[in-house]
Design a protein around this ligand. Structure first.
Ligand SMILES: Cc1cc2nc3c(=O)[nH]c(=O)nc-3n(C[C@H](O)[C@H](O)[C@H](O)COP(=O)(O)OP(=O)(O)OC[C@H]3O[C@@H](n4cnc5c(N)ncnc54)[C@H](O)[C@@H]3O)c2cc1C
Length: 300
């Protein structure tokens, strides 16, 4: 077996790798140099080692007691290509590896005269996570465009899977058969059209976010899913929680469904504030808010 070419780090402070700038330590982290290197790394890990794939950390909180396993950072999986074969008349396919940013994917598509994926422009995440969580915005979801995905299993093998092999839900994707696999790439079916229109739409979507979200303070996007026929932000506002604080964590007044790290918040501060907000909304409106952020690691 040839030597690994990525970077291995012990005791990784996850606060440095998540957009909340808060949280505990992971036992070790690996930044694979490329796909082959990632396959080789996974192959040599003990089979029972807990694995967590992380892109930009924009939807993630690692609890203060840390994550006792290996974090794989996908940032260097950056291949993006326009596929030669067209899936159907008027369509082209773009392949992107897990570490490509959502915005880079939308820009690449627009530059190649393709549209359909503009809605994820400005989501500060990666293709891997957008696919893993069916991220979306403005009424569209990542899997609206997914033609197939490339998965990696615990043996370091790559497997292509089709959408029919998953249950596709709101911000959730479940494999129909129980498998330990991670998303390392995806093919998107996109429409041929006017690239300059797509480029304008991308710029517009990015501007809309700048105007409505508290992007100047560390956060992880929406803390709670919107309940059916309602908005979490509205319920939080009406329950009087906008501006509430625990430690350094604060409910944003600008967008009450964002919990921001105002001053050196700990993961506990953030999690406790989320619990408090959810309890208040439950008490006042009888609506159970569901967390829209991935929280991992042990509490103690
Ligand atoms: C300001 C702001 C605005 C946002 N707006 C939106 C929005 O409009 N719509 C929306 O849906 N989200 C939004 N988000 C949330 C977040 O950006 C998305 O969920 C995004 O997809 C997360 O990407 P990431 O690379 O940062 O994922 P991470 O935070 O690194 O990971 C998130 C989860 O995905 C898993 N994961 C990551 N990569 C992989 C992989 N390759 N294979 C398997 N699992 C993986 C992680 O283990 C973790 O559970 C926003 C966040 C912020 C901070």
């Amino acid at each position: 077996m040839s030597a690994l070419r990525g970077r291995l780090e012990q005791q990784v402070d996850m606060a440095r790798h998540v957009s909340w700038h808060a949280g505990g330590v992971a036992k070790q982290g690996y930044w694979p140099a490329d796909m082959v290197d990632l396959q080789q790394f996974v192959r040599q890990l003990p089979h029972a080692e807990p694995l967590l794939f992380v892109g930009n950390g924009s939807n993630l909180l690692v609890r203060q007691a840390g994550f006792d396993g290996t974090v794989v950072f996908t940032g260097r999986l950056q291949q993006i290509t326009l596929e030669r074969a067209a899936p159907a008349a008027g369509f082209r396919q773009v392949y992107a590896e897990a570490g490509v940013s959502a915005t880079a994917l939308t820009r690449f598509a627009a530059e190649n005269g393709l549209s359909g994926i503009e809605f994820i422009a400005g989501i500060p995440g990666t293709v891997g996570a957008c696919v893993a969580q069916n991220s979306g915005c403005f009424g569209s979801e990542t899997w609206d465009c997914v033609a197939r995905v490339l998965m990696l299993n615990r043996h370091g093998e790559l497997i292509q899977r089709s959408p029919a092999e998953f249950e596709i839900g709101y911000r959730s994707i479940e494999a129909l058969i129980e498998v330990a696999e991670w998303f390392v790439g995806a093919w998107f079916d996109l429409r041929e059209g006017d690239g300059s229109v797509a480029q304008r739409t991308v710029a517009e979507f990015i501007a809309r976010r700048r105007d409505s979200q508290p992007l100047d303070v560390p956060n992880a996007g929406r803390a709670f899913r919107n309940p059916e026929d309602n908005f979490a932000a509205r319920l939080i506002q009406l329950s009087g929680m906008a501006g509430a604080r625990i430690g350094g964590a604060e409910v944003s007044e600008r967008h009450p469904n964002f919990i921001v790290n105002r001053t050196a918040a700990s993961a506990d501060d953030i999690e406790q504030l989320m619990e408090l907000v959810a309890n208040r909304v439950q008490d006042k409106f009888g609506v159970q808010l569901l967390c829209d952020v991935r929280i991992v690691g042990s509490k103690h």
